[in-house]
Design a binder for this molecule. Structure first.
Ligand code: SF4
Ligand code: SF4
Length: 205
């Protein structure tokens, strides 16, 4: 039929409408890959590789692991971290650095993870909190150490006791000479000498 005619045009329109409806119905019943955010906020999951915001974990006693060494600040290529510390005197009279404020500017962070890698204490990590949008730019600077928190006391290293010495002054379990011993308990040299010596026989009268 000639599409330029009046009825031909109507037929083409109905045909096109039917194809469109068919596609819409098919897609409606298909599995959807798109996330229904924010309705699915509670069930959203991310892979471990996601890095959303730096955090400093604290234990139940409000203690963190940061020793205020500043290595993360030095490692950061974007100046996103500012560590403020002070020197304090411990109970045993030693001078020690103590964290006062750990500031992290997420607005400048490029999530390279260099700070986490540089930390010798494992004191910082990235979390999975992805909703970081704010209306006020100053709120992008976060203080990671909690108010009143302190550094976790590390267990004192255990010094291993020295091995006990034998009466000859040799450590237990070691040989008295450098030469290895054979199955008979003698050195290979001693066995060789014994083999070359004549065996005494008893003459019968
Ligand atoms: S992830 Fe990279 S840019 Fe962000 S604070 Fe750490 S070192 Fe700096
Ligand atoms: S977070 Fe780690 S690297 Fe940064 S100051 Fe604290 S202990 Fe040092």
């Amino acid at each position: 039929m000639n599409n330029n005619t009046y009825f031909g045009g109507i037929l083409d329109a109905v045909k096109s409408l039917t194809i469109g409806l068919k596609t819409s119905i098919k897609v409606f019943f298909e599995h959807h890959e798109t996330e229904q955010y924010p309705e699915n906020r509670a069930t959203l999951t991310f892979t471990d590789r996601n890095r959303f915001c730096l955090e400093m974990p604290h234990n139940e006693n409000n203690e963190h692991k940061c020793i205020a060494c500043g290595l993360c600040q030095m490692a950061c290529p974007n100046d996103s971290i500012t560590v403020t510390s002070e020197m304090v005197t411990t109970e045993d009279g030693k001078k020690k650095k103590q964290l006062v404020k750990y500031e992290y500017n997420i607005g400048q962070c490029m999530f390279c993870n260099l700070c986490v890698t540089a930390c010798p204490q494992g004191a910082i990590q990235f979390n999975q909190e992805f909703e970081q949008a704010v209306f006020d730019k100053s709120k992008l600077i976060k203080v990671l150490n909690h108010p009143g928190s302190k550094c976790q006391e590390r267990p004192k290293p255990v010094i291993a006791s020295k091995p006990t010495a034998t009466p000859q002054g040799q450590p237990a379990g070691t040989q008295t000479t450098g030469e290895p011993k054979t199955e008979t308990g003698e050195t290979p040299q001693q066995e060789k000498v014994a083999a070359t010596e004549p065996i005494e026989t008893k003459k019968e009268d």
